[in-house]
Design a protein around this ligand. Structure first.
Ligand SMILES: *Cc1c(COP(=O)(O)O)cnc(C)c1O
Length: 438
């Protein structure tokens, strides 16, 4: 253990971890980054295969973005966002509205993914209260959903690992059985599926629509559930029925927005527009905490009035609209446009998928390879026929994580799902030999 690691363990409590594990495998202290590589204080080099928690888009220490920060910090780093504003926030809001689905017209800034989810939930709830639908007080979501870890966000999520112990504190959310394409109970394969599994959601809405203010969903891919990709038909059906019953769709694009699925936003695959859209992670190219909730004119208008009516959205985050984060986000969107990122990613995503498929062909433990845009995931199973998982106590993913680290790859499997979500600038696809360790 080096001196930094000793001090780290002495003073720091790391996220999402059993700190006892850190005694065997101390935290890797990163000193510098360059493109897809990060370097630790001992000079070891790792490929950041997971874009540092799905956020980095154009590599570490990106020259264009570094320059944008430098320019901005010499003007204004941060300024109160109530009654005040700043140029980068205005520029970003305009850009976001231009590229986002058609119904979205207003941008509300917050500072992390969970806070964007909290914001969207409160907006949806308050909208219905102020529009006379006071019985609409509940949210619905799907099984295996993940929307963040503050209490409201945990309430609408559905992963026991994060939420079980807090159950007594959480909102009473309705839950429909979500899609599961690898273990489809409708006997469909991905090619001939029309989201027959929407049935569960449909039944739930028919039964409870009078109570439901909004349905929150991760469009196209349930990330934290293990990169579970599902059909765009699901979203189309959801849009139709939510319009019929005056229910908001809250699209949680925090992980999938900004090109991860191959389109700018995952909703674009289904050609639908949500009523509220949460953005974070990639919004600032993985540089700084920033999030936004995009809302329709209709929702915005429900809050518009004289101060005495108390209709306003009384909700704030200190670092909302941070000028540096917004300047980064603006530069990132310029990179998308000027460097034709989405177009180039098409080829890259395909190459990665081909390589993974080829390597996994004869592997007895790779049950599923799934891929969309710049996401490729493989699910490791004990038995390919029965699709039976390894028992979780075996920590297959964690063992692979440790081996990969020694080989210079930062992976962070979710249970038995290994996934690969690299920064878009990756060129060294040949080096992705991680499949050799399974
Ligand atoms: C990461 C994530 C969140 C939470 O964002 P934080 O910034 O970690 O709070 C919410 N929803 C989805 C889909 C995410 O991937």
């Amino acid at each position: 253990m080096n001196q930094y690691q000793e001090k780290d363990l002495k003073y720091i409590w790391h996220p999402c971890a059993q700190m006892k594990d850190y005694e065997d495998l101390p935290p890797i202290v990163i000193e510098k980054g360059d493109g897809i590589y990060i370097y630790d204080v001992e000079g070891n080099k790792y490929i950041d295969c997971i874009s540092s928690w799905w956020a980095n888009l154009f590599g570490h220490s990106n020259k264009r973005i570094n320059k944008a920060i430098w320019n901005q910090v010499n003007n204004i780093e941060h300024v109160i966002f109530a009654n005040f504003s700043n140029k980068p926030a205005i520029e970003l809001a305009e850009k976001l509205i231009k590229i986002s689905p058609e119904r979205l017209k207003k941008v509300y800034f917050a500072d992390n993914g969970s806070s964007a989810v909290e914001t969207a939930l409160k907006m949806s709830f308050q909208y219905h209260q102020q529009n006379g639908n006071t019985s609409k007080t509940r949210f619905a979501s799907i099984t295996n959903a993940y929307h963040g870890e503050t209490l409201g966000a945990l309430s609408v999520g559905d992963l026991d690992l994060y939420s079980k112990i807090y159950n007594p504190l959480l909102l009473n959310t309705l839950r429909a059985e979500g899609p599961d394409c690898y273990r489809c109970s409708y006997g469909k394969c991905r090619e001939n599926c029309h989201a027959e599994c929407f049935e569960s959601m449909e039944n739930l809405i028919l039964k409870h629509h009078k109570e439901i203010c909004g349905i929150i969903i991760e469009p196209m891919v349930q990330g934290a559930a293990g990169m579970k990709i599902y059909s765009h038909f699901y979203l189309k059906k959801l849009r139709k029925i939510c319009d019929d019953y005056n229910i908001h769709i809250i699209a949680d694009e925090i992980a999938m927005g900004f090109g991860r699925t191959g389109k700018m936003f995952a909703c674009n695959h289904a050609n639908i527009s949500p009523d509220l859209m949460c953005l974070s992670k990639g919004i600032s190219a993985g540089y700084m905490p920033l999030s936004a909730v995009l809302a329709t004119e209709d929702i915005y208008n429900a809050f518009y009035g004289d101060y005495t009516e108390l209709k306003a959205f009384i909700h704030s985050h200190t670092y909302a609209g941070n000028a540096m984060a917004c300047a980064i986000a603006c530069e990132s969107l310029k990179i998308f446009e000027e460097e034709k990122v989405l177009e180039k990613n098409k080829e890259k995503g395909k190459l990665i998928k081909e390589k993974v498929l080829e390597k996994s062909k004869n592997n007895p433990y790779i049950g599923d390879v799934r891929s969309i845009g710049m996401i490729t995931a493989i699910e490791i199973v004990q038995n390919k026929e029965t699709k039976e998982n390894f028992p979780w106590e075996q920590r297959v993913g964690y063992e692979i994580y440790k081996i990969a680290l020694k080989k210079g790859l930062l992976l962070r499997p979710i249970g038995n799902v290994l996934y690969f979500i690299p920064p878009y600038i990756i060129e060294e696809i040949a080096q992705l030999n991680f499949l050799n360790y399974i």
